[in-house]
Design a protein around this ligand. Structure first.
Ligand code: G6Q
Length: 551
């Protein structure tokens, strides 16, 4: 099987056995002890790559742990699988597809021949078309049906065709064209569309229908409502669609059936997974917001991290280290979740974006060979920006009973330097990592004069692990590197676990069932329901509440 992970069960890997024995030795060791034993630890267990600095010293690891995790990666063929991905082999085995998001950010002068086609050439062809279009819209040259320039851009898409664009727009708002309004409609709940468009003038509004398949229920429902909304505001003339709708898709046939001229369609390829597509034409809204040059910077950041992942030694390889640490906590310590806390308001949608990237990729229960795993796979990712989370759920991380490894993300420079806000913000990044790692002993609490009965409540056990990622500032290049860091960390975990990180069959059943239920909800006649008794009763109750019952 080309590019598949090393055969055999993960538990049979010699390094796995050694890690289990090693875990029994180190599980009780505290971060306090580890730091006391090595005064240089905080300077030693760090790595740099693609403009990001990673301090991973506050993890419950020794040098031996890193060595063994490195061996595990070797035995599981992480490197071979990585190279297979970069070569364009069909490492997405269950869908028999290449996984080539890395080609989306290869520089123009590179070439990558896959199945007889130079994909880098095709990528840059599309990027050039996107750039020409973006310049026309941003420059006011592209006019709406009534001759007005476009001031509002609404991206309609869901999942991978939404989360990346929203996250990137919010993250890079500082670089965006401020005179323009950008909105993102994803939910099939009509409220989303209505609230996003209520204050927009159809004459000045451009819709980007972003859908790889162009058949997704939510997106097509919203796209049709958008067309009705636009036509109602533009005198009902069908030819208005051409000026107010463009598509990002791989499905030209469905795009033209919808009425969008395929000249106004920006394509991508089967080998780009939805959750790996924000740097493809799915990023058209991002390019319209920040302009082609900044979009190029974003791609350069992605590419720099791709190169780092391919070239850096294992002890200094950011995505490899982070991925292996996730395996360490999930499979040895039994940690079920991982918190991601960006200390930058512009990154407020980053945890939501990461949830899809990590959980849709690695939430798998069988190996590539189809065997049920007998170890845990993908952790639950979640998070909120700091410092807000500190006043909410951090209590549980500090004093709860569950181990929650955390990633802190901070920047040296704010994009909005305001008084001493930024130092105050960053003091909290450092303070949280310190508090989680080292806590506060009963002795220290007593020394503060705390009444004995309250002492146990104020003790912080510490020994809570975290990574700290620092960068100069949140610019397009840095965002690209940050996203690619997590992409490749996800890749590393998936390769160790021997699972297919690039399919998502688990989301299909619910979609199919919903399709069958729609007519049952809408039918004028009482439908014959054949679900379980709970689902049948819920459907009947809903029909009743909507006064659709015939009885
Ligand atoms: C991502 C998934 C999924 C997908 C959406 C939208 O990896 O495949 O989130 O992006 O279901 O699909 P379309 O782009 O085809 O509408």
């Amino acid at each position: 099987m080309s590019g598949a992970a090393a055969g055999g069960s993960l538990r049979d890997a010699p390094a796995w056995g050694r890690l289990q024995a090693h875990f029994a030795e180190v599980r009780k060791r505290t971060l306090r002890e580890l730091f006391d034993a090595d005064s240089e630890r905080g300077e030693r267990l760090v790595a740099d790559g693609a403009g990001l600095f990673l301090d991973f010293s506050k993890n419950r690891i020794t040098d031996e742990t890193l060595l063994l995790l490195g061996e595990l990666a070797r035995e599981r063929g992480v490197e071979e699988r990585r190279e297979a991905m970069f070569r364009g082999e069909h490492i997405n085995v269950s869908e028999d597809r290449a996984v080539l998001h890395v080609a989306l950010r290869m520089p123009r002068e590179r070439s990558l021949i896959v199945d007889g086609t130079d994909v880098v050439k095709e990528v840059h062809g599309t990027l050039d078309r996107m750039a020409a279009f973006a310049e026309r819209v941003r420059g006011g040259e592209w006019r709406g049906h009534t001759g007005k320039a476009i001031r509002n851009v609404v991206n309609i898409g869901i999942g991978g065709s939404d989360l990346g664009p929203v996250m990137a727009y919010e993250a890079l708002r500082h670089y965006s064209r401020r005179e323009m309004t950008f909105r993102f409609v994803s939910n099939v709940d009509g409220t989303d569309f209505v609230e996003c468009t209520r204050d927009l003038d159809p004459q000045e509004t451009l819709f980007i229908i972003s859908s790889k398949t162009f058949t997704t229920l939510e997106t097509m429902t919203n796209a049709h409502s958008a067309r009705d909304w636009a036509l109602a505001g533009l005198g009902g003339e069908e030819e208005a669609v051409a000026k107010h709708f463009v598509a990002v898709s791989t499905n030209a046939e469905e795009v033209s059936k919808f009425g969008i001229d395929t000249d106004n369609m920006f394509g991508f390829w089967e080998w780009v997974g939805g959750r790996y597509s924000m740097d493809s034409a799915i990023g058209l809204s991002t390019m319209l917001a920040i302009g082609p040059a900044h979009f190029g910077e974003l791609l350069a950041g992605f590419h720099a991290m791709d190169e780092h992942f391919q070239e850096a030694d294992s002890g200094a390889n950011l995505p490899l280290i982070m991925g292996l640490l996730s395996v360490w906590y999930g499979d040895f310590f039994g940690a079920e979740t991982c918190g991601v806390f960006p200390y930058d308001q512009y990154l407020h949608r980053f945890p939501a974006y990461l949830q899809q990237l990590t959980m849709e990729s690695n939430g798998k229960h069988v190996t590539i060979a189809g065997e049920h795993v007998d170890y845990d796979t993908g952790a639950i990712f979640w998070g909120e920006p700091g410092t807000n989370g500190q006043h909410s759920f951090y209590q549980l991380i500090h004093q709860g009973t569950r181990l929650i490894p955390a990633d802190f993300i901070g920047f040296a420079h704010s994009l909005n330097e305001l008084g001493d806000h930024h130092d105050k913000l960053m003091s909290n990044v450092f303070a949280q990592g310190e508090a989680l790692a080292f806590g506060k002993t009963a002795e220290q609490v007593r020394e503060e004069g705390t009444p004995e009965a309250v002492v146990p409540h104020r003790v912080m056990e510490g020994n809570r692990p975290s990574n700290t990622i620092l960068a100069e500032r949140l610019d397009p290049r840095t965002l690209g590197a940050l996203v690619a860091l997590y992409e490749h960390s996800v890749f590393t975990q998936g390769a160790v676990w021997g699972i297919d990180s690039f399919d998502q069959w688990g989301v299909e059943l619910g979609k199919e069932l919903a399709k069958a239920i729609i007519p049952e909800l809408e039918s004028k006649q009482e439908p014959r329901l054949r679900h379980d008794s709970s689902t049948n009763a819920l459907i009947r109750r809903y029909r009743n509440m909507r006064s659709r019952t015939s009885s």
